[in-house]
Design a protein around this ligand. Structure first.
Ligand code: HPA
Length: 245
């Protein structure tokens, strides 16, 4: 049975080396997931792939049905998720095209359906969130990066903003003061929902741009696309090395 899922974000709407075995459109009590769940083989290992923003990329971060996505993966028997996401770099090491494996996060998003425990079917439950990213999966990703000779930052704090707009320099300054190294729009509630359903969750954050105000000038989509191109090529290598462990 397939136990590993990869959630692809901006720049990764499909896994090019995935040998597709089946596509499933699942319905869930929370509505429709972002896309078909694609079961396939990546380097001989069975994985399920889900495009977080749909395929083609049409769903904005605040409109993603995170509950349907995570519930659907649980229904398929998934016990481990590696989530790939594009981010902006705040601290010095987080240069464009760099990869980080975050270990902490701060949630600045709002108004998203962020828990399964909010109706009469599910009594009030306060999950522990000391380790928002699963330590075992993170260690494996760090080992895989070393094996594949990919320079990564093994610890970093991800700040999740609401989007879809990018941030102001003042917001980024505040996030830096809070301890954020990276800024993205999708880690929450995804990470917490996975934890609620007892699915191990870790992330590969791919830096698409310097966050607002870190360098002079505005952030362009052309720059984001260019940096993601090389960052995602390394991400594909990292995923293969991870699967080979
Ligand atoms: N901010 C938030 N999310 C992002 C960014 C950013 O600068 N770049 C890619 N995703």
């Amino acid at each position: 049975m397939t136990t590993l899922a990869i959630i692809g974000g901006t720049g990764l709407t499909q896994l090019s080396d995935l040998k597709i075995i089946k596509r499933e459109r699942l319905d869930t009590p929370y509505g429709a997931p972002s896309a078909d769940f694609i079961t396939g083989e990546l380097n001989g290992k069975s994985v399920v792939f889900l495009a977080r923003h749909g395929n083609p990329h049409t769903i904005a971060p605040h409109k993603i049905n995170y509950r349907a996505n995570i519930w659907g993966l649980k229904q398929l028997g998934i016990t481990e998720i590696v989530a790939v996401a594009a981010v902006g770099g705040i601290t010095e090491a987080m240069k464009p095209a760099h990869i980080a494996i975050p270990d902490q996060l701060i949630d600045y998003s709002h108004g998203r359906k962020h828990t399964f425990f909010d109706d009469e079917n599910y009594p009030v439950t306060h999950i522990d969130f000391t380790y928002p990213y699963n330590r075992r999966l993170r260690e494996l990703l760090i080992t895989a990066a070393a094996n594949a000779n990919i320079a990564i930052t093994p610890e970093s704090t991800y700040g999740c903003t609401q989007g879809p707009r990018l941030e102001t320099p003042a917001e980024i300054k505040r996030m830096a003061q809070d301890g954020c190294d990276l800024v993205g729009m999708t880690a929450m509630p995804e990470a917490a929902l996975a934890k609620e359903l007892d699915i191990e969750y870790a992330a590969i954050s791919v830096v698409a741009n310097w966050a607002a105000g870190v360098t002079e000038g505005e952030i362009t989509m052309a720059e984001i696309e260019h940096n993601l191109h090389s960052g995602m090529a390394n991400t594909a290598l990292l995923l293969k090395a991870f699967i080979a462990l």
